[in-house]
Design a protein around this ligand. Structure first.
Ligand SMILES: [Zn+2]
Length: 385
């Protein structure tokens, strides 16, 4: 009887392995998850950035991953989501109202994938080029009724002991009497200096790209890097790819694995401003971080990487000919010199579906069209909760 049971287990093991190994050698459980979110990055942003970077026959790196699908983005109370509700859906598997950070529509606290990963003994990290207390990273490590409660979000993120925090937003960690590495005084009126508190708790602190680059990752287990008073200025220094490289080096030292969220946060800002040049450049920069995550996952073979967006911003459309509309931006040029144009239909968000790309355990589940909460469900299953 016992032998039969063992045989059954062996059959299950091999059948699971085979179903996942049609194109690549996929591990049977994800030790690590890297989730990359292009804020505001709709399908046309990806197309436009691809035309600019590699031409219309080429592909961005994210588009070369083995499976892709579409994500529906509406929030609990609105067809058009904001980043707070969208990130809450992705982080917790529950749709909430616009503006709310990881509480349900009745304001009950929701546990996030980052908190669940931590409970499993994994290391966790958050990276962005906007303020680290901004809605997308906030939804993974804090719980507040309003995304505007930014100094409280900073406190909660540090209380959650996120191992690696890299981004902008120094102001939210400093008292309103104190200047840090950057010119503005802090925003906190509770007189707490959260940067000093973090250092006291064993964090390494950096505030410029050179210091981040110089970090010897084998000596660092907790890192906070704040690289501007508010959102980071272009050209981003450090780049997303340096931040993700360092974060992976530190987080991957944990034998139990890690969860890392990386946000290309200013694709959204450029799109609110209907600034096609920066929306495309930021998408191209985000794509470079995707390549680093993918390279790691191929070498490591125990990592699920997911690339998606929280929503589309700007109602962007691409065209090979000028429409002559006042909302038109361009001409822009492909590497072969061919012209193209961008049109915008709004300075706000839209209800457009966004894309999802994945590589690693369970990557095949993303084919087709899914609600944004599905991303959480796949991450949770992949971690084996
Ligand atoms: Zn936005």
């Amino acid at each position: 009887m016992k032998n039969l049971y063992l045989l059954f287990l062996v059959i299950i093991f091999f059948s699971t392995g085979c179903s996942n190994s049609n194109t690549e050698n996929i591990s049977v459980k994800a030790k690590n998850i890297i989730l990359l979110i292009g804020d505001g990055m709709g399908p046309e942003h990806i197309k436009a950035a691809g035309w600019k970077e590699v031409g219309k026959e080429g592909k961005l790196y994210m588009e070369t991953l083995s499976k892709s699908g579409y994500i529906r983005t509406s929030s609990a109370d609105n067809l058009i989501t904001d980043s707070a509700a969208a990130a809450t859906a992705i982080a917790t598997g529950v749709k909430t109202n616009n503006g709310v950070i990881s509480l349900d529509p009745s304001l009950n606290k929701l546990i996030t994938i980052l908190e669940e990963a931590k409970a499993l003994g994994k290391s966790v990290g958050l990276i962005t080029n906007v303020q680290i207390i901004h809605a997308t990273p906030a939804a993974f490590a804090s719980h507040v009724e309003s995304r505007a409660n930014t100094t409280e979000i900073a406190r909660q993120i540090l209380d959650n002991e996120v191992d690696v925090l890299l981004g902008g937003g120094e102001n939210y960690f400093l008292p309103n009497t104190t200047i840090g590495c950057f010119p503005e005084i802090g925003h906190r009126n509770d007189n707490r200096n959260l940067i000093n508190e973090a250092i006291d708790e064993g964090y390494t602190y950096v505030c410029d790209s050179g210091s981040l680059e110089d970090i010897n990752s084998s000596n660092v287990t907790k890192l906070i890097g704040l690289f501007s008073d508010e959102g980071m200025d272009r050209p981003f220094s450090p780049s997303l790819d340096l931040m993700i490289t360092k974060a992976i080096e530190i987080l991957a030292k944990n034998d139990k694995g890690f969860f890392l969220m990386v946000e290309g946060g200013q694709i959204d800002w450029a799109s609110h401003a209907n600034d096609a040049e920066n929306a495309m450049n930021d998408t191209i920069n985000f794509d470079k971080a995707v390549k680093i995550a993918h390279d790691f996952s191929i070498e490591d073979n125990e990592t699920l990487i997911i690339i998606t967006a929280d929503h589309e911003t700007g109602g962007m459309s691409t065209s090979l000919v000028s429409t002559g509309e006042s909302s038109e931006d361009g001409p822009f040029y492909m590497p072969n010199g061919e012209e193209f144009y961008i049109n915008w239909s709004t300075t706000g968000h839209t209800n457009s579906n966004v894309k999802v790309f994945a590589h690693g355990y369970n990557y095949n589940l993303f084919e087709g069209e899914h609600e944004n909460i599905f991303i959480y469900e796949v991450m949770k299953e992949s971690f084996g909760f």
